[in-house]
Design a protein around this ligand. Structure first.
Ligand code: SAM
Length: 329
């Protein structure tokens, strides 16, 4: 079992396979996109597979592929298929915006993907365009339909943004009445890639819950699974469920079981940290196997206590303008 310096179990890796995305969600990146990484700066699939094999041997049980948008990286199904065969890996999942995903759903099912996180902040096609700056609402809905048709669990991630989509909270909750989907509302985080100062959060998890409870007074708290980042609820008579993720308020750090690897190979112990080391650079210098394992273990031993401590340290770097697309959500 892999433990960090605070005794927390680490068994979940989020691997971002690209920084590129086919949407331009305003809260994630500027309209012109980012300064995209060159191919040389990206980890190759071979490098990803190598480090995942090692991490699974060390105690990682779940891998989530994210980005950027995973499906804009060429041949992503090859990587997913190879990962699905890793001995000891209990769960392989992915987070996608759903724009290019629908044609791959049958294959995802065939390689054993049981759950997919689908990002969708509104059920209104016009607002979808305003938020994402792309006219792709129909393709996302098609992906949701395909996932449900193939009996793959769908978790919808909706970022709640003051003045942008708070009118979508209730329609998204209503979606759970007829569909067996889990809609999870996420507090907006300060990662828009522009380095704008962020003056705190207006719609935090308490306000989101109060808003839902006004329309659904019989909403019930259900037990949260181990390591869950969401507060989970059921509404009597609904096929699906509702969750709230306090990503800005950071209420779940005490049980955090996840690490991240960015597309350029940076290992992050926390969403809010500045990166602890670069795995790709080490591998390209010939650091593998036992030596790499030792280096990784040392990195897990200096994990920040929580996202506040990690953020404090990160903000000491004045040039830090990270986008969620380079972190992996
Ligand atoms: N492209 C994929 C997708 O859209 O699901 C995976 C990457 S995306 C960066 C992962 C998640 O991060 C999405 O659900 C997105 O809404 C969320 N995200 C991006 N920027 C965010 C921010 N500033 N605050 C909260 N969530 C954010």
């Amino acid at each position: 079992m892999l433990l960090d310096n605070h005794g927390r179990k680490i068994n979940y890796l989020r691997l971002a396979v690209t920084d590129r995305c086919n949407l331009r969600c305003f809260y994630c990146m500027p309209e012109d996109g980012l300064n995209w990484l060159s191919r040389k700066e990206l980890m190759t699939y071979e490098e990803m597979l190598q480090v995942c094999t090692l991490l699974v041997k060390m105690g990682i049980e779940k891998i989530r592929i994210t980005g950027g948008e995973p499906f804009v990286r060429k041949d992503i199904m090859q990587l997913l298929t190879a990962l699905s065969k890793l001995d000891g890996l209990k769960e392989l999942s992915l987070t996608t915006n759903g724009v290019l995903t629908a044609p791959h759903v049958a294959e995802l099912k065939a390689i054993g993907v049981r759950s997919v996180n689908l990002s969708l902040d509104t059920l209104d096609a016009n607002r979808f365009f305003t938020i994402t700056r792309r006219d792709e609402f129909a393709s996302v809905m098609e992906t949701m339909e395909q996932l449900l048709k193939h009996d793959i669990e769908v978790k919808i991630n909706a970022v709640v943004m003051a003045g942008k989509n708070t009118q979508d909270i209730i329609p998204l909750v209503q979606l759970t009445k007829e569909l067996p989907v889990s809609v999870r509302f996420i507090e907006e985080m300060p990662f828009n890639g522009e380095g704008h100062s962020y003056s705190g959060i207006v719609w935090d998890y308490v306000r989101i819950f109060d808003d839902i409870r006004q329309s659904f007074p019989d909403i019930q708290k259900v037990p949260d699974p181990q390591f869950s980042t969401s507060y989970n609820y059921n509404i009597p008579g609904h096929k699906g469920s509702v969750g709230i993720i306090a990503a800005y308020s950071r209420t779940f750090c005490g049980t955090c079981n996840r690490i991240r690897i960015t597309p350029q190979g940076t290992l992050k112990n926390c969403l809010y940290d500045d990166g602890v080391l670069n795995i790709k650079d080490l591998m390209r210098l010939g650091v593998y196997d036992v030596k790499l394992e030792e280096t990784l273990r040392a990195a897990f031993n200096v994990r920040e206590r929580d996202g506040w401590e990690a953020e404090r340290k990160r903000l000491e770097n004045p040039n830090f303008h990270e986008s969620m697309a380079t972190i992996g959500g």
